[in-house]
Each structure stands twice: as C-alpha cells, then as structure tokens.
Design a protein around this ligand. Structure first.
Ligand code: ATP
Ligand code: MG
Length: 228
C-alpha cells in the first residue's frame, strides 16, 4: 500500500486580494520504506507540499491520502490523531514550544499518546542522547543555538517511532559534523527500521544519499530521478 498519495493537488494562498499559486497539480506517490528528497529553488512549493503530506495544511483542490486515509473533510481531531500515530514532522522553523524545556518538548508527543510521564521521560532522553544533546534536556529553546534547536526538533519527530518522517530542510542549520551525524541517523532509521522519509533539502551530502529525487519548479514536479 502507498503510504502517501497525492492526486492533482493544488495549493492557493489568499492574501487579501492577491492569490499565490504555490502548487499547480502535483501527483506524488510514496511507498513504504522510501527515502525521498524534494528539491527546487526557494518559493517552488517545497514547504507547501510537505505541509500537505504532513496533514498540517489542506489542499485547495485535489486529494491527499496518508496511510490510505483520505484527509479531505477530516475533523481536526482525527487529523491530529493521524499525525500522532503515523507522522514525525521536522519544521523549517522548528516549532518548539518556547515555555517547555528541550526534554519536555520531546516528551510531548508521547504524553499526547497517553504514555506515563516516567516512560516518556526515559524515551525522550534516549532520543536527545541520539542527537548528541544529552546534557541539554533542561534548557529552554531560546537558550539554545539554531543547530541545537533543530536537533531537539529532530528528536521530537523521531520519539514516537513514526512510520513517516517529514522534514523541511533538516540539516539547514547544522554544522557539517552534526549534519553528517543527522544524515547517518536518518539513513540508518530508513535501512534498519524501514522508516519512510520525505524531506526538502539543498544539502549536497543529503542529496547524495537519496534513492529518489523529486524536483519542483513553480509549483509543479518538473523532473524525477530514481537511483538504484
Ligand atoms: N502561508 C502563506 N501565505 C501566503 N503565501 C505563502 C504562504 N506560504 C507560502 N507562500 C507562498 O507560496 C509559494 C511557495 O512557498 P513555499 O514556502 O512552499 O516554498 P519553498 O520551496 O519551501 O521555499 P524555501 O526554499 O524558501 O523554503 C511562495 O511564493 C510563497 O511566498
Ligand atoms: Mg520552505
């Protein structure tokens, strides 16, 4: 079964009188276990596309199916549940909760699932260790560097062992050593756990690893490359 299915998807943002046509008829199917990069110039629609796949936003037209479920007309509660059960999202601007510590941010998706606090804390700490932030659990996001915040966001996205990880420029704010480590982590999860990854990136080291490269231009898929 396809994990993600987009059919003739359009996204138009309305800002007063003006309309921005961000996606113009995108068809995309992603199967379980794929490692897919979305690539394209700034403004080509990468974030818009990832937000639709992550069930964070709704298309203006067309169909978005995630794990076989049609997201059209779904209540916000059901969408939140679909996300919590299946999707880890790493946002371009991190979207961490500013009043929570790093550890509490990572614990949050587990607590939403109803996991007892002790277990959630242990799992969250393990994920912070994995992104090499073992000693930063008590820090608030505003006391951390961009790269550290990005890693907290990565730990939060992975903590529920989601089937799908969606990442908007996951290595954009990282130095090359940390970036290398995060790419290894993503790759390893893909190989070892079969976690499906869909992410936007300009990072040549990350692009080197992908098996499938989808190129966007002006809201359309203009080219696709599959590597064996
Ligand atoms: N919330 C919004 N309201 C209005 N217009 C938007 C909104 N989000 C994106 N856009 C517009 O939609 C188009 C696609 O934007 P999007 O953020 O998807 O591009 P992108 O490929 O992610 O760019 P970048 O590489 O800079 O992150 C752009 O013209 C952008 O200005
Ligand atoms: Mg973007």
């Amino acid at each position: 079964m396809a994990l993600i299915e987009l059919l003739n998807v359009e996204k138009i943002y309305r800002l007063g009188e003006t309309e921005v046509h961000a996606l113009r008829g995108v068809d995309l199917t992603v199967e379980e276990g794929e490692f897919v990069a979305i690539w394209g110039p700034s403004g080509s629609g990468k974030s818009s596309l990832l937000n639709l796949i992550g069930v964070i936003d709704e298309p203006t037209a067309g169909e978005v199916k995630v794990t076989g479920e049609d997201t059209r007309g779904m209540s916000s509660n059901r969408k939140a549940d679909l996300r919590n059960r299946n999707i880890g999202f790493i946002f371009q601007n991190f979207n961490l909760v500013p009043v929570l510590s790093a550890l509490e941010n990572v614990m949050l998706p587990l607590q939403i699932r109803g996991m007892p606090v002790q277990n959630a804390r242990r799992e969250a700490q393990r994920r912070l260790d994995e992104v090499q932030l073992s000693d930063f659990g008590l820090h608030r996001p505003d006391k951390m560097s961009g790269g550290q915040r990005q890693r907290v966001a990565i730990a939060r996205a992975l903590v529920t062992d989601p089937a799908i990880v969606i990442a908007d420029e996951p290595t954009a704010n990282l130095d090359s050593k940390t970036s290398h480590h995060i790419i290894e982590l993503m790759h390893d999860l893909n190989i070892r756990e079969g976690t499906t990854f869909v992410f936007s990136t300009h990072d040549p080291r990350l692009l080197d690893q992908v098996k499938r490269l989808v190129q966007l231009e002006d809201g359309r898929i203009c080219e696709e490359e599959v590597r064996t």
